[in-house]
Structures are given as C-alpha cells and as structure tokens.
Design a protein around this ligand. Structure first.
Ligand code: EPZ
Length: 421
C-alpha cells in the first residue's frame, strides 16, 4: 500500500485551486440515470471514488466519456442492468445513491447493502422505509436490497434523522414519482442543494432548496437537452487546507471556492486566531506566524459545524494554546485518529463522544495509520506540525477524497512525498 512521508516544520504559503466537491459529484453522477438525454457534468474532482462511480454506472451498461478537463458525459439510455454489486459497494458506501434513480426511472434496483464502516454502523433504514412508503416493494436478502415498483407515488416523508444521502436518494426518487412528495427534516448540506439544482436543470420541479422542507412535483420524464452542469467547490477540501495552513502558522489563499458554504468552519478558525478575508470565490487565511488557540467544537448537521472537519480540528487543537473539546454527535466511532495522534505525543483524553485536547509545546513524528478518509487527512496535517518525518500508511483512504493531496501541499511549500507500495 502507498504511504506518505511528511517532514514537519514548514510554514505553508502560496495559492491553491480547490477541486469540485466529492459529496456533490457522487449523487449528481447517480442522478444522471434519471435523464433520457445525454448529460455533461463538469468540475469533477480527480478521485478514486469518482472512478468507482464510473465503474458502477459503466457495468450497468451506461455510456460515460471523460475529457482532459474532467467533464463527464453520461448517456444512461444504453443501460442493460439495474444492479450495484457488492464488489463495488464494499469499496464505496455512496453506491447506495443509485437506488433512488434506478427505482424511479426503471422500476427496478438490486443494490448491495453497504457494509459497516470504520466511523459507524451507518444503516440505510431511512432510505428503505421511505421508498416503501412511496410504494416500492423492497426485500432485503443475502446482503442485497431488491426493489421493484411500477411507479413511485409522491407522499409526505418525515425523516427520523437528518441524513445526507438519505435525503438525496429520496429527492432523486421523487422527481419521477406520481404526484407531489414533501421531504421534512431534509438535510440542508450544500451538496444536497447542488443535487437539487442539477435535477431542476434536467427538468425536475423541486422547491424549498436550502431548507429542511423539500417539495418535489413528480414529472413524467427528465429530458431537457444540452445540460452541462458544474459541480460546486469542495467545502471540506477547502477547510482541510485552511487548517493545514493554520497548524503551520502560515498564510495561504484558496481559489475557486464558495466561502458561504463553510461559515461554521471559518468562525472556528477566527476563534483559533486566524485572520480570514473572503472574496466572491476565494478565501485567504493568515496566522501571522502565531500559534493557534484551542477551540471547542460540536459537530452537527449543516449549517452547524461539519463532522467531516472534526478530525482536522482535533489535529489543530493538539498543538494549540490551551484546552479545546471536540464533541462528535453524528457518528458513533469517529475518533480513530486520536490514538494515532497520541503516538505523536498528543495530549488527548477521550470521554464518551468528546475528545479533550490539551495543546502540547511540540508533537513528534511517528509512523501512523490512516483508518478513514478524514482521519487520514488529519494525520497528514499533524505531520506538517510534527518534528521529524511522519509516515502515514494505508493512504488509499486519502485518495478516495483528496485530489492530488501531495502535489497540492507541495505547492504550498510542504515537504511531502508518496512512497509507492
Ligand atoms: C454523508 O454520509 C457524507 N457522504 C459523509 O461524508 C458525511 O460525513 C455525512 O453525510 C454527514 O455529513 C456522502 O455524502 C457521500 P448520513 P451519509 O446519512 O449520508 C444515520 C466523507 O468523509 N443514518 O447523513 O452516509 C447515520 O448512521 C463522508 O466525505 C441512519 O441511522 O451520512 C449517521 O449517524 C464520511 N439511517 C447519521 O444518520 C439512515 O438510513 C448521519 O448519516 C441513514 C443515516
């Protein structure tokens, strides 16, 4: 397995372009299954999860063409089967996002249940219960979701929990249902809104975008022509590089971003002592060479502080001035980066779903192991501030969600290199 070696101690500086959002690209590529006309999706990030999604659609018989600018043209009318096999789903849980579109457009879907995951059990019961309420016949057996329906029926859905991919699956399913669907307690993440705008571009009738109540008036088909939709910038990639600069007391400017999608993160960076300036599509962070101050974080659904930025802020807290608490309320096991950071000398006490971080004068490099996507990023960030060479193993996790991370960090002056297996 590839590894990354990071030599700590360099203050990051310079400019960087942020890629399109992984968590918008995945549902939007799944949503192309709903359209009877060819659709082009632009600003696609260069990630392993995108490759997996293309494999997933390709093995169904869907035609995909990708160009050098990472635009993907999708022709779903050549589809031959409605299946998401375990071999692919086990490598990417977000494969569940083909369930809603397949059922809505073709009336049939056989999707492997996503297995467990490092950060939590992550069931899909809300997805399934709501589709049954919309009239689908769903049997779960031998690890697969077998779903059939003549035509989904619109209805009122009140989701028990705020679920991002749950909202996305049901939003996609409702676009072709008979009658109107109302989704209450819907997720408001910017990636959900990006999907809704894409669906409307294909001819869907969705209102209430950016709110917790989405209303979808079902239509017979989605067949708008000549659609070219660009994915919104990745707010988590943006936040990750801002923290990389903050932990090294540096100063960077990020371009092609959407500042309004990460207010909670920017507020916490200001509390940590960063000077933040923003423009229409750029963010500048400057620590003026100062040590960051510890902050208290509590994750929750958007617009509150995002769980996908929790591990990265834990890394910032372990070298900050003072004591900061990190409380994780979304997933039940999202502190696996803690023991790896403790190997680097971090002073962290875990109490239930809270990590109490006491800033250390210094942390030292050590061989550490990535366990999930955002934990991996947090270990790279910690390595930027550690004395010596930190070796991060199992970085296939990173390649799923960060586009060319070592090139981007090197562009900002970091000393980082990949050791192929
Ligand atoms: C999405 O996962 C993201 N993935 C995750 O990003 C992100 O951490 C998460 O939302 C929360 O923001 C994609 O968008 C591809 P949830 P998702 O359904 O949709 C429970 C990353 O690092 N739940 O919002 O799977 C669930 O167990 C990844 O990019 C049910 O109980 O998360 C969790 O506790 C990691 N039943 C909570 O809801 C269900 O049917 C929120 O999960 C669905 C969810």
């Amino acid at each position: 397995m590839d590894k990354l070696i990071i030599t700590g101690g360099t203050q990051l500086s310079g400019e960087l372009r942020i890629s399109g959002a992984k968590n918008a690209a995945l549902p939007i590529l799944a949503a192309t299954l709903l359209c009877e006309e060819p659709v082009t999706v632009g600003n696609i990030p260069h990630l392993h999860d995108i490759t997996t999604t293309m494999q997933l659609l390709g093995q169904m018989g869907v035609q995909l063409t990708i160009d050098e600018k990472m635009n993907i043209e999708v022709h779903s009318s050549t589809i031959t089967k409605f299946e998401a096999p375990y071999e692919l789903v086990k490598t990417m849980r977000a494969s569940i996002l083909v369930l809603g579109p397949l059922l809505a457009r073709f009336g049939e879907a056989n999707v492997s249940l996503p297995g467990g995951c490092a950060i939590g059990s992550r069931p899909v019961d809300i997805h399934i219960d709501a589709l049954i309420k919309m009239g689908a016949d769903i049997q779960v057996e031998a690890g697969y979701i077998h779903a059939k329906v003549d035509r989904l029926k619109g209805c009122k859905l009140i989701l028990d929990k705020v679920t991002v991919t749950g909202t996305e699956n049901l939003l996609m399913a409702a676009t072709l249902a008979e009658g109107t669907t109302i989704i209450e307690n819907a997720a408001k993440e910017p990636e959900v809104s990006d999907l809704a705008h894409f669906l409307n571009a294909m001819g869907a009738k969705i209102t209430g975008i950016d709110t917790a109540i989405l209303t979808i008036e079902g239509v017979e088909k989605l067949d708008n022509k000549n659609i070219h939709y660009n994915i919104l910038p990745d707010r988590i990639e943006t936040g990750t590089y801002l923290i990389a600069a903050a932990i090294t007391r540096g100063s960077i400017k990020l371009k092609d971003v959407r500042p309004g999608t990460l207010d909670a993160v920017l507020d916490k960076l200001k509390e940590a002592g960063a000077e933040i300036t923003i423009g229409e599509n750029w963010i500048k962070l400057d620590m003026h060479g100062k040590k960051p101050k510890a902050v208290n974080i509590r994750t929750a659904p958007y617009p509150a502080f995002p769980t996908d930025m929790q591990a990265q802020f834990t890394a910032l807290n372990i070298v900050a001035e003072g004591v900061g608490t990190i409380t994780e309320t979304v997933f039940e096991n999202r502190f696996m980066h803690v023991q790896e950071m403790q190997r680097m000398g971090a002073n962290i006490q875990l109490e239930s779903n809270t990590a109490i971080c006491t800033g250390s004068e210094k942390i030292t490099a050590a061989p550490v192991m990535a366990t999930d996507l955002r934990a991996s990023a947090s270990l790279v960030i910690a390595g930027l501030a550690a004395e010596g060479d930190t070796l991060v193993d199992r970085i296939y996790h990173i390649d799923r969600g960060y586009d060319h991370i070592e090139e981007k960090l090197s562009q900002l002056g970091a000393t980082i290199r990949r050791i192929p297996r």
